[in-house]
Design a binder for this molecule. Structure first.
Ligand SMILES: Cc1cc2nc3c(=O)[nH]c(=O)nc-3n(C[C@H](O)[C@H](O)[C@H](O)COP(=O)(O)OP(=O)(O)OC[C@H]3O[C@@H](n4cnc5c(N)ncnc54)[C@H](O)[C@@H]3O)c2cc1C
Length: 780
């Protein structure tokens, strides 16, 4: 890619020379704003691309334009129609579609020898190699998605409102394409290629029933015909409208995405030409592009007859290759390796035939989430970046980080973070993959973030790398929503920057804490201070030496208020005298150093300034309600990531090992477990996404029933998957050689933490009864 323009040398081929002075005079008199003086200073350079209709870069007095003209000499009747290009660009520009603004059309051949038009010059990036080697995978995805959104926009215009009635040749586009390309191929064929004949016949016999569908189509929609914004993934202009017409929109989509199916045997041929695909593109995937396209056009991702359009595209490519070779035979081809084109016709035709037989191209990978739950553009971009970051940095670090914790288990260092983790955090921060959980900071919806959280949940320490880990996320939410300016400055800012971490102290050893009104710890006012006394336990993260602050819930007695107004939350710096870490608690024997442990903490006459109270006395429950909605969904989403990882392990093991003469997965019971696991994950994910969407649409409070349902369903589903994975792995499954045992221990606690299942079930039942009674009242 490069910054456009990269005009080639001055016009070299004599047939492209024209009278520059005549052009300059003409533009001076006809083109508003074109500088007239000084005469004779118009600079003209020809672009190396755009051979069909020669294209020139014009510059005068600091202004730049682009001129496109017909070639000289006898031309095919319907080709090189620059007046059509001008017309379509004019219509699209007026409709707000990204094209260079067409400024002037000249049919007077006496000026430069042929018809021509002049358009605005657009400054930006053009990528010549479709694998975009100059950008990273995340940017490539973003650019491709921007491209496909632009294509969808093009196809959603109504011809009439564009004023382009009669622009094409009416219904029957596919039929015409098949017969045109067949004629061209027949005229150029040098030898009999049965696959080509079969493909032509198949296409003629399998025309799509909706061949009357007519949209404005580009005809040559490729990433190298697009000018992107110099730094952003934004389309500034789509170029080269020579082949535009009206026809079936899926023909454009198939043409744009055909490289995903390109035969490996002919990669790299004709570099710089449409046949020059060199590298495979993994991100974005075919499915991602297609589901984005379908979503933008609001059409089903099933894409009926897409096999026809891909087959047609390959037929066309094979025809073009044959044409290049035919021109080589008569000594008229420009490319040096033209003779090689004969070799590709057959594999292209064969691939076309193969594709014609494929029955489905639906975007299965994203179908459920793609159709039902629309992720924003930004959400998609960040999700892709996170996926890439996981692949590039997190998974390769897993071994070293686990080893660190294993080796430090009995030393003083056990609570410290491994240096590699700190480095990963810096990297993630530098890439902007930071604080994604907080909508006001990240600009992401809960639905966007839910899907990102799942990705990070595949690795136990990944959420921390992105500064998206509990309990810091919940505490940051509390400070963000309810903190005073000073509280935010002192505690929220360093937390957001990842300079410190925090813990949350609610649960108490001496009372049943699932009923938070039981909490006994006291917060009593004495002059300008509050004094805290009590015992807390299960304060997650308190072992981390970087844990500098606790948010503590306790009783600020007010005998006249209700049960739910007796408690408050207060900020307590960890180094306040009287605060003492008593012991870490184990989780099924694990100390969970990775999450900073879970501590029992005692508070003896711990004194903090009055200004440390959050929101005010008696408002602890109000804060707790606000804190737990999105946080719970994020936990659920992360654990779905763990379930995916466990199912992956299960399937790998089932395919590796053998008992009683069969692979494990060939035993039907194991096959059924695999299926059941997939069912559980999909069901749980759908519910989670649905809840995330409801929070986005209605807010935390009105999504309370859904949050509670998700909080019960997901850990159960995930535990089932991990349990199956343990079973299939046998003894290894419960050992330190596999992550499953720790996963199980950790996920099992989610049925207790943030309120045990039973409490949530009671809530769900209460809401259900309320909803039912509302229905009943409505009927009466
Ligand atoms: C790994 C882990 C991390 C944690 N992190 C934190 C943290 O950072 N900060 C913090 O404050 N707390 C934390 N907790 C504590 C957690 O929130 C509590 O354990 C939970 O709220 C339950 O309270 P409890 O342990 O006192 O159980 P109890 O209240 O004693 O309840 C015990 C059981 O009684 C039953 N029960 C309770 N209510 C009902 C009901 N209405 N109907 C039927 N049965 C019922 C349930 O089966 C429940 O499991 C963590 C816990 C774990 C395991």
């Amino acid at each position: 890619g490069g910054i456009s323009p990269s005009p080639s040398e001055p016009p070299s081929s004599p047939c492209h020379r024209f009278d520059q002075d005549s052009l300059e005079r003409y533009l001076g008199s006809r083109l508003p704003g074109f500088p007239r003086q000084p005469a004779g200073t118009l600079a003209v350079r020809q672009y190396s691309s755009g051979q069909s209709n020669p294209t020139f870069y014009l510059q005068k007095g600091g202004q730049a334009f682009v001129l496109r003209k017909k070639p000289h000499g006898p031309l095919l009747p319907r080709a090189h129609k620059v007046d059509r290009e001008y017309r379509v660009q004019k219509a699209l520009f007026s409709a707000g579609f990204p094209v260079p603004e067409p400024l002037l059309y000249c049919s007077d051949v006496s000026i430069i020898g042929t018809e021509f038009y002049v358009m605005q010059h657009v400054q930006g990036r053009i990528f010549r190699d479709i694998s975009l080697p100059e950008v990273g995978p995340a940017e490539r995805s973003a650019l491709y998605l921007a491209m496909i959104e632009t294509l969808a926009l093009l196809h959603s215009f109504d011809l009439q409102s564009l004023g382009l009635q009669g622009y094409g040749r009416g219904p029957g586009y596919c039929k015409r394409q098949v017969s045109t390309w067949k004629k061209q191929y027949d005229a150029a064929a040098h030898t009999d290629i049965p696959a080509m004949n079969k493909l032509a016949e198949w296409l003629a016999n399998n025309l799509p029933p909706d061949d009357s569908e007519e949209s404005l189509i580009h005809g040559d929609f490729r990433i190298d015909n697009i000018i992107f914004h110099p730094t952003q993934a934004r389309v500034l202009a789509v170029l080269d409208w020579e082949l535009s017409t009206t026809g079936h929109p899926l023909a454009d989509l198939a043409y744009t995405t055909q490289f995903y199916f390109w035969p490996a045997s002919i990669k790299g041929l004709g570099q710089g030409s449409i046949l020059g695909f060199k590298n495979t593109i993994e991100t974005p995937s075919f499915e991602e592009l297609v589901s984005t396209y379908c979503r933008c056009r609001r059409i089903s991702t099933t894409l009926s007859n897409f096999n026809f359009f891909l087959a047609l595209s390959y037929f066309k490519m094979a025809g073009i290759a044959q044409g290049v070779y035919a021109r080589y035979l008569i000594g008229n081809a420009s490319a040096e390796n033209s003779h090689e084109f004969a070799k590709v016709v057959k594999p292209l035709a064969e691939r076309g035939l193969e594709l014609s037989k494929r029955s489905s191209f639906s975007s299965t990978q994203h179908s459920t989430s793609g159709e039902l739950f629309h992720q924003s553009r930004k959400g998609q971009e960040i999700l892709l970046k996170v996926k890439q970051f996981m692949k590039q940095h997190i998974y390769p670090a897993e071994k070293e980080i686990i080893k660190y914790y294993t080796e430090c288990r009995n030393s003083e260092d056990r609570w410290k973070k491994p240096p590699l983790l700190e480095r990963l955090k810096e990297l993630a921060k530098a890439e902007g993959l930071w604080n994604l959980f907080l909508p006001d900071v990240s600009g992401l919806s809960q639905l966007d973030y839910a899907q990102i959280a799942e990705e990070t949940g595949r690795c136990v320490f990944a959420p921390e790398v992105f500064n998206c880990h509990a309990p810091d996320t919940g505490n940051m939410e509390v400070l963000h929503m309810y903190g005073t300016e000073e509280q935010k400055k002192e505690w929220l800012e360093p937390l957001l920057e990842g300079k410190i971490s925090s813990c949350f102290c609610m649960t108490e050893p001496d009372v049943a804490s699932s009923d938070a009104t039981n909490m006994q710890c006291t917060i009593e006012r004495e002059g300008n201070s509050y004094v805290i006394n009590g015992k807390k336990w299960w304060s997650s993260g308190a072992g981390n030496p970087n844990c500098k602050v606790a948010i503590v819930m306790g009783k600020t007695k007010n005998s006249s208020a209700s049960r739910y107004k007796q408690h408050s939350m207060i900020i307590v710096p960890m180094d306040t005298p009287g605060l003492k870490l008593i012991r870490p608690l184990s989780v099924f024997g694990y100390m969970d150093e990775i999450h900073g442990g879970h501590f029992e903490i005692h508070f003896n006459d711990v004194r903090v300034p009055v200004s440390n109270i959050i929101l005010g006395e008696g408002r602890g429950f109000e804060i707790a309600q606000g804190r737990l909605g999105p946080g719970r969904i994020h936990h659920c989403m992360r654990s779905l990531g763990a379930a995916e990882a466990a199912l992956e392990i299960l399937c790998q093991r089932a395919a590796q090992r053998q008992t009683f003469g069969k692979k494990l997965y060939q035993h039907e019971v194991v096959a059924h477990w695999i299926a059941e696991c997939r069912l559980s994950i999909e069901q749980a994910r759908l519910l989670t996404l649905q809840t995330a969407r409801k929070i986005d649409m209605l807010g935390n409070r009105r999504a309370r029933k859904e949050v509670a349902m998700t909080k019960v369903v997901v850990p159960r589903a995930v535990l089932k998957v991990i349990d199956c994975a343990v079973q299939v792995c046998g003894g290894a499954g419960v050992s330190q050689d596999f992550p499953l045992a720790f996963m199980f221990a950790y996920i099992r606690t989610l049925r207790l933490a943030d309120g045990p299942d039973e409490v949530h079930l009671s809530t769900i039942a209460r809401w259900e009864l309320l909803d039912q009674s509302k229905k009943l009242t409505a009927k009466i």
